[in-house]
Design a protein around this ligand. Structure first.
Ligand code: ATP
Ligand code: MG
Ligand code: MG
Length: 289
């Protein structure tokens, strides 16, 4: 019997496709170096627009909607396809990982959530207030905002979701990786102290940063819960792409974002570029002086 490590699985052909986040059932590898992700209209619309945006070189190629067993999927490039036994890291970008509209929705019909209370306690037994403890439940908006303060999301504008290294080790327990030093240690372990790889990642992130600053798509969307996928292998190749546009939504025109201004409810700012600046700064400080 085979035991899969949760959230890291799927051996396909000669490549082993690895998933670092999300529900295991959401993806299926396809021949020809492509991947099917469970359909989401938001993601379809983003990927479509991104194919003609200046961000095109930084996102997986998109090939439209396909069906399998009566389920729709978005068909895109498998970014691991050109690598041999890759090491991969998923960094979720931004200073919050829920949309403003999700917060508004969570406030409608307030309901005490026992499941969220239990999750809270399992991560930090000291987190619930007296009142929440007595009720054995928390309100969803409170839970959503508490969760962002655990990791580096609120303090650095990004968080590590998962790392899988070429040697097979996989770590998806970065929920409490919060401080700069902790993040730096995880990043250093990910690149195994390899300065060449580090420099390639930095160069790519700097290019991405200027592409983002020029992108029409980026200016006109609230980008939440989207990740940077880092991939390198023993051949010395390394690159980064933007993935996961399930919570990337267009702003009502003529509204635009700079992605650096701190979020206050209503301004829709997501802290994406602030997080990218911090990530670039951390990686730069890891280079030998
Ligand atoms: P969540 O919203 O919980 O983050 P999700 O279901 O939206 O999950 P994604 O974040 O898009 O899924 O992807 C989950 C994981 O699958 C990524 O961390 C990455 O490991 C892998 N993955 C996603 N897209 C690609 C791709 N185009 N090529 C290679 N790997 C990918
Ligand atoms: Mg994701
Ligand atoms: Mg997602």
């Amino acid at each position: 019997m085979v035991h899969w490590t949760p959230l890291a699985f799927a051996l396909q052909n000669r490549h082993s496709w690895v998933q670092l986040a999300g529900h295991a059932g959401n993806f299926q590898a396809r021949d020809g170096g492509r991947l099917m992700k469970r359909y989401c209209v938001c993601e379809e619309q983003c990927l479509k627009k991104l194919m003609t945006d200046s961000l095109r070189p930084y996102v997986p190629g998109y090939y439209g909607v396909v069906q399998k067993d009566e389920q729709d999927y978005n068909l895109m490039d498998d970014l691991l396809n050109d690598f041999e036994s890759p090491s991969i890291m998923d960094c979720k970008m931004g200073s919050r990982t829920y949309l403003e509209e999700e917060l508004l929705k969570a406030r409608e019909r307030p309901r005490l959530r026992k499941d969220m209370y239990d999750k809270m306690v399992s991560v930090d037994p000291a987190a619930p207030t007296e009142e929440e403890r007595a009720q054995q439940g928390v309100l969803k908006p409170r839970y959503m905002q508490w969760r962002e303060t655990l990791s580096s999301t609120a303090t650095l504008g990004f968080r590590i979701e998962g790392i899988k290294k070429a040697d097979g080790t996989c770590n998806t327990s970065f929920k409490k990786t919060k401080h700069r030093e902790q993040v730096m240690k995880a990043l250093d372990d990910f690149v195994d102290g390899n300065v060449h790889i580090l420099k390639l990642y930095l160069q790519r992130l700097e290019e991405l940063c200027s592409a983002l600053e020029k992108s029409h798509f980026f200016k006109t969307h609230e980008v939440v819960g989207s990740s940077l996928l880092f991939v390198h292998d023993a051949s010395g190749k390394a690159s980064v792409w933007m993935i996961d546009f399930g919570k990337t939504v267009p702003l009502p025109p003529p509204m635009t974002l700079d992605h650096r201004t701190p979020w206050v409810e209503g301004n829709r700012e997501d802290g994406y570029l602030w997080g990218l600046d911090n990530l670039i700064d951390i990686l730069t400080s890891m280079l030998p002086q």
